[in-house]
Each structure stands twice: as structure tokens, then as C-alpha cells.
Design a protein around this ligand. Structure first.
Ligand code: NAP
Length: 289
């Protein structure tokens, strides 16, 4: 499944005529691991310079060193916690002060948070919303004026296949945050028509990364038994979609089925399936919800 856009499909690394030979630059949040690191490899292979953002400085620097050595491109590592309020503004202020021109923005960093809302750590809940929703929105807002001025820019927002689902008990806020990413990106994509700036949403299904470990998901929910794609395959699909100007990319057969089924009426069926997929083993055996 992919919704096609109308923007021209130019290689992200290609130098724009009016800009001479300036090497294009991609900012990738969560570029130190998982899907983000695989996306970073693809941009580096295409000759872009990179700015990688993540919290763990050592992991970030290790990823940066590997990419520099393998692809001979400049890589800057910026250790930031984007779940802190104002962190996106501060990151952008530092980039502007150093004269960085971001041609490609990849809003990839995101976390999940498992559990009934009334028992979730309220601080963790707020941090998730700040990262998945607010930081993505703010970075997009701050990146757009220069992209519009240059008449060229690419934004890749990493949502999830769950964005197509009605909702899920025990993952309520996470599903809602990804539905926001999809809706925000679609609306903005229509605003940007004809500007030379395009927005692509990457909506992966289950992917083999550290995501489950950091989402507090109970060890044995059914959702975690679904087959997983490799982060490299997910990143390749997203990268190709970005190049051809696709509006939405859902990589892999399972994710396409999940996205399609999630939108089928009556949506109460998908809600019930999600309830079962995220139910902990003890309550699966019993009758509780
Ligand atoms: N894996 C899946 O099954 C799956 C499915 C659908 C969608 N997704 C989405 O794909 C995106 C990437 O996830 P992934 O699976 O690649 O997860 P991952 O392996 O856990 O990688 C997450 C990346 O984001 C960074 N990050 C996390 N919290 C951050 C914060 N507060 N500030 C800055 N950077 C932060 C991490 O580095 P640090 O920890 O060092 O900060 C890491 O580089 C997320 O938006 C996720 O929702 C994942």
C-alpha cells in the first residue's frame, strides 16, 4: 500500500542546480539505532551529510563513527532528549547558530508505553506524547520555512501501522500518537502541494528493533508473536517512498493487511482484535478485559 504524491522524484543526494554543489543534509531523530540507523545508512550511501539525534551519546557516537568510516560523509551527532519540553526548539536553535541547512528531516524517534492509562507513570506518558507528537510537529514546523525558500525539501515522518487502527486498550496513547502523525502529515502534505517540499509517512508493522523492550510491553502479549520485518527492509521501503514522493508507505504484506483491516467498518471489530492482541496472558485465560 502506498499513497502516491505529486512531487517530482529527485534523488535526495543530488545537488540542486541553484545551490551549486552543496551536499544535502539529513537530520534523523533516533538515528542511533533501529529503523533510524538503517535510514541513516541509506542517506549516507546516497552522499548526504547527516545529523543524528538520540539520547545515549556513546551509542550515537558509535553509529556516527561507523557511518563516517563506511560512507565517507560528514556525520554530526547531537545528544538530545526530545521528550523534554523545548528540546526540539533548542536543537533547532543550535543547528541554526551553526549554519546547518536541513534538506531532509526524518522524524523517526518514538517510543511506546504499555498498560492501562490509569496505572501508567504520568511522567512517562507525558514524555511519550512530547516525543511522538510535539517534537515531531515542532521540528517539522521549524524545518519548513527554509525548505520552502529553497523550493526543495523532504520530510519522512515515522508513524506505525497502528495509525490505521481504531484504537487499542493498553496501548491507547501510543496508538493515538501515531494516528496524529498520519493525520498531521496528510494535512500538511496537501498544504505543501506544488511547493517542492514533500511529506512521506512511513507506517511500519512489527519490526525487529529495541522498541518492544523500551515500551514496557508485557513479555507475552499476542501482538509480540506477530512476525517481524527487519529494520533494514522497513527503512528501504521508506527511503524508496521518500524518493518517489509517496505520501504514505506501509512496508510488507502483514502491515498492509493490518492497515486495510484497521479501517474496515465496523471498526469495533478491529478494536476487539486489538484488545486481545495486547491482553496480558493472565487476563487472556480469564474473562477480565
Ligand atoms: N519496532 C517496531 O515494531 C515499530 C513499529 C511501528 C513503528 N515504529 C516506530 O519506528 C520508530 C523507530 O523505532 P525503532 O523500532 O527503530 O525503535 P528503537 O530501536 O528503540 O530506536 C529508537 C531510536 O530513537 C531514539 N530515541 C528514543 N527516545 C528518544 C528521545 N527521548 N529523544 C531522542 N531520541 C530518542 C533512540 O536512541 P536513545 O535511546 O539513545 O535516545 C533510538 O535511536 C518509532 O517512532 C516507532 O514508534 C516501530
Amino acid at each position: 500500500m502506498s499513497e502516491q504524491g505529486t512531487s517530482s522524484a529527485r534523488e535526495p543526494g543530488a545537488a540542486a542546480g541553484a545551490e551549486g554543489q552543496r551536499r544535502r543534509m539529513a537530520l534523523i531523530t533516533g538515528g542511533s539505532g533501529g529503523i533510524g540507523l538503517e535510514l541513516a545508512r541509506l542517506f549516507a550511501a546516497d552522499g548526504l551529510s547527516l545529523i543524528l539525534v538520540g539520547r545515549d551519546r556513546r551509542r550515537l557516537e558509535a553509529a556516527g563513527a561507523q557511518l563516517r568510516a563506511q560512507y565517507q560523509v560528514p556525520v554530526r551527532c547531537m545528544s538530545r532528549d526530545l521528550s523534554e519540553s523545548r528540546a526540539a526548539f533548542e536543537l533547532w536553535a543550535d543547528l541554526t547558530a551553526s549554519g546547518a541547512d536541513v534538506d531532509v528531516l526524518v522524524n523517526n524517534a518514538g517510543v511506546g508505553l504499555y498498560g492501562p492509562v490509569d496505572t501508567q507513570d504520568p511522567d512517562a506518558l507525558e514524555r511519550m506524547v512530547q516525543l511522538n507528537v510535539a517534537a515531531l510537529t515542532t521540528l517539522t514546523r521549524l524545518a519548513l520555512p527554509a525548505m520552502r525558500r529553497r523550493g526543495w525539501g523532504r520530510i519522512l515522518n515515522v508513524a506505525s501501522v497502528v495509525a490505521f487502527q481504531p484504537a487499542a486498550p493498553r496501548m491507547a496513547a501510543y496508538y493515538a500518537s501515531k494516528a496524529y502523525v498520519l493525520s498531521f502529515s496528510r494535512g500538511l502534505s496537501a498544504e505543501l502541494k506544488g511547493s517542492g517540499v514533500s511529506i512521506t509517512v512511513l507506517a511500519p508493522g512489527p519490526t525487529e528493533t529495541q522498541f518492544d523492550d523500551t515500551s514496557d510491553a508485557a513479555a507475552d502479549v499476542l501482538y509480540k508473536r506477530l512476525p517481524k520485518m527487519s529494520p533494514a527492509a522497513v527503512a528501504r521501503a521508506g527511503y524508496r517512498g521518500l524518493i518517489r514522493g509517496a505520501k504514505v508507505v506501509v512496508p510488507g504484506f502483514l502491515a498492509k493487511v493490518m492497515a486495510f483491516a484497521g479501517e474496515l467498518p465496523p471498526r469495533s471489530i478491529a478494536l476487539e482484535v486489538n484488545r486481545l492482541l495486547w491482553k496480558p496472558p493472565a487476563s487472556r485465560r480469564g474473562s477480565g478485559s
